[in-house]
Write a new protein. Structure first.
Length: 355
């Protein structure tokens, strides 16, 4: 009987070795055969499932990163038909006010909105202002209070918050080059910019807000197509006014805050060319003028560059450079009230002055 019992420890030892090998990752031919090994498929399926799950998770992460890499898309925002009041549609919370004597609104301009990954340039109607708390009533300024109120109003209008983040320095440089600094843009150099978007079927409405611990700045920008309002003055009318007054104002449209003449102004340039070609003795001073939006120094520089752009366009068509000169006066000689958009539009002009 004792001899019959002796193989049992041997069998236990063999089984233990087999289990140890399996635990160490050793594979038997039966295990490698997969479905041919009874019971092997369920054991091997678990690591395989985990491996495939990891791959799926990695793929999902990559897809998410790809979406993020694409950046913000206007099309991702649902179109809203919620009722809106009058432009600029949104108001400041109780205890806050605009310190501006007259709220600056422009019927048409080109400004940028920060989306968190780029500047979205928008052409259309613009409202901008500083934002102050009523300190005389004991009200302290709170950035988060203003933001929460804008959040609420935008949500009611069917819009979304796009971002509340710092604008990189290299992006601010592009912003400076494409749009003159204004009170509505605020100190984007040192503080984050919050942006909201209300997408309508026929237009987009952007809200921009920047604030320090003491005050803020905001803009409401409503996209709209450009509608020319200036009328073409033929060369005969130019000559008539020059003979009568010694000067004539023409409307030349430029890219916002730049000296680039827009294509729609080429017909007016053609009429000035015709005027100069009809009278070889005529010499003109081309004078640029702006409204009072922005700093006077910047506007003088801009108006000089725009006047020079007109001169360059005429010289490029064969007019002698000695017959032309350029000067920029910025906002110094308005012909209308800068408190209204109509007045500001009149003040943004180019004048031809007989020399």
């Amino acid at each position: 009987m004792a001899r019959i019992a002796t193989p049992l420890p041997t069998l236990s030892l063999v089984a233990g070795i087999a289990l140890a090998l399996a635990a160490c990752g050793g594979a038997t031919p039966s295990a490698e055969a997969g479905a041919d090994a009874p019971g092997a498929s369920s054991v091997d399926a678990a690591p395989a499932a985990i491996e495939h799950a990891d791959e799926a998770a990695t793929g999902a992460d990559d897809a998410g990163n790809a979406d993020a890499a694409e950046g913000f898309r206007i099309e991702s925002v649902a179109v809203s038909d919620a009722p809106l009041g009058d432009f600029p549609y949104f108001t400041l919370p109780e205890g806050y006010h605009h310190p501006n004597r007259a709220l600056p609104m422009r019927d048409f301009d080109r400004v940028a909105a920060w989306t968190g990954d780029r500047l979205e340039w928008v052409e259309g109607r613009v409202f901008e202002s500083l934002v102050h708390a009523d300190r005389r009533a004991g009200k302290g300024f709170s950035r988060i209070e203003v933001i929460r109120n804008i959040d609420h109003q935008v949500a009611e209008a069917g819009g979304v918050k796009v971002t509340d983040s710092r604008v990189p320095r290299e992006v601010i440089k592009d912003w400076d080059e494409g749009q003159q600094r204004s009170q509505g843009r605020g100190d984007v150099y040192n503080h984050p910019a919050a942006t909201w978007l209300v997408r309508r079927a026929d237009r987009n409405i952007w809200i921009h807000f920047v604030a320090s611990s003491a005050s803020g700045s905001w803009m409401v920008i409503e996209s709209a197509p450009f509608v020319p309002t200036a009328t073409l003055l033929p060369s005969s009318a130019l000559k008539q006014q020059l003979d009568a007054d010694g000067r004539v104002a023409i409307q030349v449209n430029f890219a916002t805050d730049r000296a680039e003449i827009l294509p729609e102004s080429q017909p007016q340039i053609e009429q000035v060319l015709a005027l100069l070609r009809q009278d070889d003795a005529l010499s003109l001073s081309v004078e640029g003028h702006t409204d009072d939006t922005g700093t006077a120094a910047r506007n003088r520089t801009l108006s000089q560059a725009r006047a020079q752009a007109v001169v360059d366009a005429l010289v490029a068509e064969g007019i002698g450079a000695d017959r032309l000169s350029a000067s920029g006066h910025g906002p110094d000689t308005p012909v209308a009230d800068n408190a209204t958009e109509a007045g500001r539009a009149q003040n943004r002009r180019v004048e031809l002055v007989r020399r």
